[in-house]
Design a protein around this ligand. Structure first.
Ligand code: GLU
Length: 420
């Protein structure tokens, strides 16, 4: 990451532009430039060797104007306050794009989760939950999984919150295991949303998904599921990567086999996968492949000023949060690359989180078919709302998405008014 790159400033720059295009006055939205609340905690953990390590944790509540704060918890060595602030703000806009009644929040712990045992991860999560306790709740702030956190981590979060709260509180967190108040379809939801967004953009740009070539950066829950679903749609996944590098086969990878291999055990990496005809390339080379569709599904800042001009894709569907910097975005637009922005493309996860929360609050269980149908309706509507906004103002889809979201958030700000 270059020193000048500040993800929070990047997103606020886009918000300013969106406001200008909408003809808003500074006073209409200025509060969105500052998170409503920022919490930093120190999380002591008893390590397996008996030592005590203290980790830094965060929770940022960006805006609660449209509903309770909502957003994931990330475990990664690069987590810091600026990143969490940016990701929290992105959640506010994401929830507004798909028009679900949430504000935006995000949490994180600065930790390389791959270096921790399961027991250490559990103690870290439980301690972090107690430190967040006064700030979260089913109608206050509802966390969910993000990079390196999963259903098991959410189960620990829910259990610890419930213990401190003195009552079972399923709806305090989403992305839980099915056996513990989780929703059918939640695990695949972000990937399914990316698939729906890809289908819609393909129709618009006249791209046939049958045999379309795809490169996916990232093979976690989002990257892996997206690759599988696009493959089942008829696409040819010619490359996929993780932190250990990328694998490539110009005729298409056996992606079912790749994902099965990765998911068989915690910590499995692509460097240990092998198959006939497979070529190893770097993450940078993956981004440069001549493909119809590139899906960045890893971390922010993957496509930046220095590599943007060598991107070989026709369409980029942003499954990760913030994978394209503003400078890169401008270069790609000039090159004629169509980008489906993160706050639209990856919103499927939070949409099904919303369904999970609704089910928990009402103690009911929805069928998977119903969930997928409702997700499809919301994603398709959001896509077309964004497309119309972009078309009307002659802007990119990213700007269209931010304009649509900002319009909705500002309407809520005006109706609520500024108290005192
Ligand atoms: N972490 C996911 C995101 O960035 C999901 C958030 C949620 O479900 O609340 O959208």
């Amino acid at each position: 990451m270059s020193n000048s790159y500040n993800p929070h400033e990047e997103i606020m720059h886009i918000v300013d532009k969106a406001a200008q295009l909408l003809g808003l006055e500074e006073r209409d939205y200025t509060q969105l430039k500052y998170p409503e609340r920022e919490l930093k905690v120190s999380v002591p953990v008893r390590m397996d060797d008996g030592s005590i390590k203290v980790f830094e944790g965060y929770r940022v509540q960006h805006s609660g104007v449209r509903g309770p704060y909502k957003g994931g918890i990330r475990y990664h060595q690069n987590v810091d306050m600026d990143e969490v602030k940016a990701l929290a703000a992105a959640m506010t806009f994401k929830c507004a794009v798909v028009d679900i009644p949430y504000g935006g929040g995000k949490g994180g712990i600065t930790v390389d989760a791959t270096k921790l045992s399961k027991g250490e991860l559990e103690r870290l999560t439980r301690k972090y939950t107690t430190l967040l306790f006064p700030m979260v709740g089913p109608h206050i702030d509802i966390p969910a999984p993000d990079v390196n956190t999963n259903e098991e981590v959410m189960a620990w979060f829910m259990d610890t919150y419930s213990m401190v709260n003195g009552q079972l509180t399923l709806s305090v967190v989403t992305g839980k295991p099915i056996a513990l108040g989780g929703s059918l379809g939640r695990r695949e939801a972000t990937g399914r949303g990316v698939l729906i967004a890809t289908r819609e953009i393909a129709k618009k740009v006249g791209l046939d998904l049958k045999d379309a070539t795809v490169a996916v950066q990232g093979a976690g829950n989002v990257g892996g599921t997206t690759a599988l679903l696009l493959h089942r749609e008829g696409c040819r996944i010619i490359a996929i990567s993780d932190v250990s590098g990328a694998i490539y086969n110009e005729n298409g990878l056996d992606i079912e086999d790749v994902v099965r291999f990765l998911r068989a055990e915690r910590g499995r990496l692509l460097k240990d996968y092998d198959a006939p005809g497979l070529v190893r390339i770097s993450n940078e080379e993956l981004l440069q492949l001549k493909v119809d569709i590139l899906v960045p599904a890893a971390l922010e800042n993957a496509i930046h000023e220095k590599n943007a001009s060598s991107i070989g894709a026709r369409v980029i569907v942003e499954a990760a949060n913030g994978p394209t910097t503003t400078a890169a975005d401008e270069i790609l637009q000039k090159k004629g690359v169509t980008i489906v922005p993160d706050i639209l493309a990856n919103a499927g996860g939070v949409v099904v989180s919303y369904f999970e929360w609704l089910q928990n609050l009402q103690s009911v269980k929805w069928e998977e078919e119903e969930i997928n149908r409702k997700l499809e309706n919301i994603m398709v509507k959001a896509f077309h709302d964004v497309w119309s906004m972009a078309e009307k103002h002659g802007t990119s889809l990213r700007m269209g998405a931010f304009m649509l979201a900002l319009e909705r958030i500002v309407a809520a700000i005006k109706l609520r008014g500024i108290t005192f």
